[in-house]
Design a protein around this ligand. Structure first.
Ligand SMILES: Cc1cc2nc3c(=O)[nH]c(=O)nc-3n(C[C@H](O)[C@H](O)[C@H](O)COP(=O)(O)OP(=O)(O)OC[C@H]3O[C@@H](n4cnc5c(N)ncnc54)[C@H](O)[C@@H]3O)c2cc1C
Length: 400
């Protein structure tokens, strides 16, 4: 069954799902019980300090287990990085919405004594407008008329996924992160595992959690000795990772609805939406977001500089008319995820075979574990919450 078929099944069963993700409502396989205390007292190396790597470190710290996180870049966060330099609220350059109910936040924190002050807000389905442009005319309608009452994505208010991790998850893991250390090899042929970085430096551990994007493995950037099992190699090689591109454009006026969709907004080829990025934020800035994956993203990625900006403004002028976008334009920023050296793309598509995804998530020889948005039980993938849940599953499996 593909993930799309699974979403459809959820629909048949009458279970609400937001438009991009949230299969967890239908199956909570990755949402295990709390991690229990462990007898394991070895050393764990986590490769990658994105949401999965940070969550894994945090959960190991809760268990008092020795760990080290090794990160290729000079900073943590991976595909949830944000910028505070464009406007007066954080702009999420990758993961932005919460695709599941906000009970995911305490679930990640995994400690009922911690009170979480992070604010989130859903959309007002009966009042917020959505636009649908079929190529010739724009149809404005209430959000629920376009997306149905199942549209349940949440925005962070004045914060972001990265803020949440920085506040609640990172403090117990941050001092254990080694930066600027891209890992290129993992040798698990003996009891002691050796992890080697591009500069030749090596690290020893009893267990390793691989928390890098699956595209990094697909591109052969980390070698394994012995080779990964054949079915794992095949799953890694066959999985399709969409391209990813976002842009944020500041305008003098807000001429756009909460969401703008096109006939190809959600298809097997990819995703494309413009949206009010300032929705629910306490700001006077008008910021329109462009979110695109797969083939639609490649259209923007194939352009650069003024040509890229003009293409976007022309696209908006065509939809809204009267040169409203180009005449109200102030400035913009873009984020091309394919050009990120340790992401190489966005995330695996919604159309993958769940059995193949399940193989991606399987551990090897009680030594190598996988945590990240792609390494799940095969019922949900490609989101921050799936990355965090897979980290919990990996730690739980490791500590027994
Ligand atoms: C455009 C876009 C929009 C998105 N929108 C949403 C959204 O709205 N909601 C949502 O829930 N999710 C969204 N996502 C997905 C979400 O960002 C990811 O699912 C999530 O970040 C995955 O976390 P991760 O820890 O598995 O991987 P990452 O966040 O990619 O972290 C992996 C870390 O590993 C490091 N690394 C890579 N290679 C190596 C190496 N060789 N050695 C050492 N370190 C390495 C990387 O630098 C990175 O820090 C979006 C993603 C993109 C690209």
């Amino acid at each position: 069954m593909t993930r799309k078929e699974f979403i459809k099944l959820c629909g048949i069963l009458g279970i609400s799902l937001p438009f991009t993700s949230a299969i967890q409502a239908c199956s909570n396989d990755d949402n295990n019980n709390m991690v229990n205390s462990s007898n394991f007292d070895g050393k764990v190396i986590i490769i990658g300090a994105g949401p999965a790597g940070m969550t894994a470190g945090y959960l190991l710290a809760q268990q008092g287990i020795d760990f080290q996180i090794i990160e290729a870049l000079p900073t943590y966060g991976g595909r949830i990085k944000h910028t505070r330099n464009f406007t007066d609220f954080p702009i999420s350059l990758g993961g932005e919405w919460i695709h599941v109910p906000n009970s995911i936040l305490p679930e990640i924190v995994n400690d009922s004594s911690v009170s979480i002050s992070t604010q989130t807000q859903g959309y007002d389905l009966q009042n917020d407008l959505s636009g649908y442009f079929n190529g010739t005319s724009l149809e404005l309608n209430k959000l629920d008329n376009h997306f149905g009452n199942d549209f349940a994505d949440l925005k962070f208010v004045g914060s972001s996924w990265l803020d949440f991790f920085e506040t609640y998850v990172l403090p117990s893991a941050q001092s254990k992160i080694t930066y600027n250390m891209p890992i290129t090899a993992i040798d698990y042929s003996t009891d002691e595992i050796t992890v080697t970085a591009s500069n030749g430096q090596s690290f020893k551990a009893d267990k390793v959690i691989v928390a890098v994007p699956v595209k990094i493995l697909q591109n052969g950037m980390i070698s394994f000795t012995p080779n990964l099992p054949t079915n794992k190699q095949q799953a890694i090689s066959n999985i399709n990772v969409w391209s990813g591109f976002k842009a944020f454009i500041k305008f003098t006026t807000k001429f756009y609805p909460a969401y703008l969709s096109f006939p190809n907004s959600e298809s097997a080829q990819g995703q494309l939406h413009y949206y009010d990025a300032a929705y629910a934020q306490n700001t006077s800035d008008n910021i329109l977001g462009l979110f695109s994956t797969g083939q639609p993203a490649e259209v923007y990625q194939n352009l650069s500089g003024d040509a890229q900006r003009d293409y976007i403004l022309n696209e908006l002028d065509t939809v809204f008319g009267n040169n409203v976008a180009s005449s109200n334009y102030i400035e913009h920023i873009v984020q091309n995820w394919n050009a990120e050296p340790y992401a190489n793309g966005a995330y695996i598509t919604s159309y993958e075979d769940s059995e193949q995804v399940e193989i991606l998530g399987q551990s090897i020889s009680n030594k190598i574990y996988f945590a990240g948005d792609a390494y799940t039980t095969g019922n949900d993938w490609s989101s921050v919450h799936t990355a965090a849940r897979s980290a919990k599953r990996a730690v739980q499996e490791m500590v027994g």
